[in-house]
Design a protein around this ligand. Structure first.
Ligand SMILES: Cc1ncc(C[n+]2csc(CCOP(=O)(O)OP(=O)(O)O)c2C)c(N)n1
Ligand SMILES: [Mg+2]
Length: 540
């Protein structure tokens, strides 16, 4: 079969459902192999950034790799912010890239879409990448990429294939999808961790995105209950434990959250599936000696990087949590090391703080929570309401809250949310985006309409790159330079694309959401807002 047919057959055998792409001459053999294809659905998008954003959104909800296919050179370069975002979010995303003809490789001769050393461009944003020269190697390379994403910490991978290799025929053999067992913890590290956790006066758990990626939510809840330990999550970890749980302290972000009142009392902290970054180590939520850290992560390179770990547990988060629960249940654990009344007080302090610092955002986020079912998914864009949602939105289930993590990629949320909706077509998916961020990829409204991707997008419009304008207001004596922007009428724009457009003042958002949830169409709701302060612009 042709290389293109080998690509399609390999993806199908690996269980891939969608391929996100923009065509081009070097990859047409793959398009041709999709003629009449039913099991692998092609989604043609309008900018290559969206191939990987959509693949990422899909993977984060489905828990399986998403795949993009692009032409070399500009096609690959257009994906790089999305690849970086997926890298930051530890998402399993495969980029399939075309290449120039084999004979032109490395010559810098000016052939179509040529860029020298394309692999060097993707290397910093991939866990593994490879160029395939022969058709026979295509199934093995795709299988290896999938294996890399299913082992240890998932991160993006890339496979690039020259034009002629895709066009020509070869004898190929296929691999079938492999279930790779998760990495189990070393029993000695579990023994030492349990000893610390059981002896602790005030144990506390920080859960990050790894707790969700490993599907470790049930184990996390069981461990928290067995230890009587409260749980705070990073934005990426929101929903790892229901934020309505009596032991949940909600999200921690930039040194804020109910965690602020708990952290000074904690003596032993268990960090699960989190890098434990500078963001968590801000005043307010920072760990300080002699507080002890037990660090559980699939990636040994993150353990102890930002705070020395007393005990390191290198394992899949779910496997590590399960081992901890089993061991803790055999011990006698002191009851009520944290009183519920005490945790209630921390939560109340945080709610009071939110209402004082961000009353409008607080009301809007409350409306979102009230309107959305527990299984609805919120994609929090790089926008004021998105930042505050990290602190104020109560996620109740894993994989229902999507962020761009430390990459904070302006423009990611709308195309990512389209991929989310494809993974969960029967559940409400809401994208929260600013007027600045939405125009990065608003052309994908055409994609949403073409494929019937019935996403609800709320565009908060302050006619500004708001958080940067707010930066000028707070830190540069109000000298506004280059942060105010002009916009189209967003509801009309949506209608022009064939989607439904609505406008609502903040206090009318609930009603507009009711209408959007009924619509069975892609909907854009434009909400005017003044430029508001972001949490990270508030002194600790
Ligand atoms: C790719 C990228 N470019 C620039 C930035 C810097 N940046 C962060 S927020 C922001 C403004 C966002 O404006 P908008 O989408 O309207 O949201 P708002 O802050 O107004 O709520 C900018 C420019 C970024 N985070 N990512
Ligand atoms: Mg704005």
């Amino acid at each position: 079969m042709t290389g293109g047919e080998a690509v399609v057959e390999s993806l199908k055998r690996e269980g891939v459902e969608y391929l996100f792409s923009i065509p081009g001459v070097q990859i047409m053999a793959v398009f041709d192999a999709l003629y009449g294809e039913k099991d692998l659905r092609l989604i043609t998008v309008r900018h290559e950034q969206s191939t990987i954003y959509m693949a990422d959104g899909y993977s984060r909800v489905k828990g399986r790799p998403g795949v993009g296919l692009v032409v070399p050179g500009p096609g690959v370069q257009n994906t790089l912010a999305a690849m970086g975002t997926a890298y930051a979010c530890s998402s399993p995303v495969l980029l399939l890239a075309g290449q120039v003809e084999s004979m032109d490789l490395g010559k810098d001769g000016g052939v179509l879409h040529e860029v020298n050393d394309q692999l060097d461009m993707v290397r910093p944003v991939t866990k593994w990448c490879r160029r395939v020269m022969r058709g026979e190697e295509i199934p093995g390379a795709i299988h290896e990429a999938m294996g890399q994403m299913n082992t240890g910490r998932p991160r993006p991978t890339e496979v690039e294939i020259p034009w002629d290799t895709l066009r020509n025929s070869a004898e190929v053999e296929f691999f079938s999808r492999e279930a790779i067992p998760p990495a189990e913890p070393d029993p000695e590290s579990i023994r030492r961790a349990v000893e610390l956790l059981v002896k602790a006066q005030k144990p506390l758990i920080w859960a990050g995105g790894g707790a969700i990626l490993s599907d470790g939510s049930a184990e996390l809840r069981d461990l928290a209950e067995a230890l009587g330990a409260p749980v705070v999550t990073t934005p990426e970890g929101k929903g790892a434990i229901s934020e309505d749980h009596l032991l949940s302290l909600g999200g921690g972000y930039y040194g804020f959250g109910a965690i602020r009142w708990a952290m000074p009392q904690a003596d032993v902290v268990l960090a699960v599936g989190t890098r434990f970054t500078w963001q968590q180590q801000r005043p307010g939520t920072a760990l300080k000696p002699p507080q002890k850290l037990i660090h559980l992560d699939a990636d040994p390179s993150v353990i102890g990087k930002n705070y020395p770990a007393e005990v390191a547990i290198v394992a899949d988060a779910q496997a590590g949590l399960r081992a901890l629960v089993e061991a803790v249940r055999k011990e006698k654990v002191a009851k009520e090391r944290w009183l519920t009344s005490e945790l209630d007080q921390f939560r109340q302090n945080h709610q009071n703080w939110l209402q004082e610092k961000a009353p409008l955002q607080y009301d809007i986020i409350k409306t979102l929570r009230k309107e959305l079912a527990d299984d609805a998914i919120l994609v929090a864009g790089v926008t004021n309401i998105g930042y505050w949602a990290n602190l104020a939105y109560a996620a109740r289930r894993p994989r229902t809250y999507i962020t761009s993590s430390y990459f904070a990629t302006l423009g990611y949320s709308f195309p990512t949310a389209l991929g989310v909706k494809l993974a969960a077509p029967d559940r409400p998916v809401v994208c929260v985006v600013g007027d600045g961020g939405f125009l990065y990829a608003c052309a994908e409204l055409a994609t949403a309409v073409k494929y019937g991707i019935n996403l609800i997008t709320i565009v908060f419009n302050d006619q500004a790159f708001g958080s940067t304008k707010s930066d000028q207001l707070v830190n540069f004596r109000g000298r506004i330079v280059g942060t105010e922007i002009n916009n189209p009428d967003f509801s009309k724009l949506a209608e022009l694309f064939g989607a439904k457009g609505l406008k609502a003042k903040p206090e009318q958002l609930g009603k507009a959401l009711d209408e959007a949830l009924e619509a069975q169409r892609p909907v854009v709701i434009e909400v005017p807002l003044p430029t508001l302060i972001a949490p990270f612009q508030i002194p600790p």
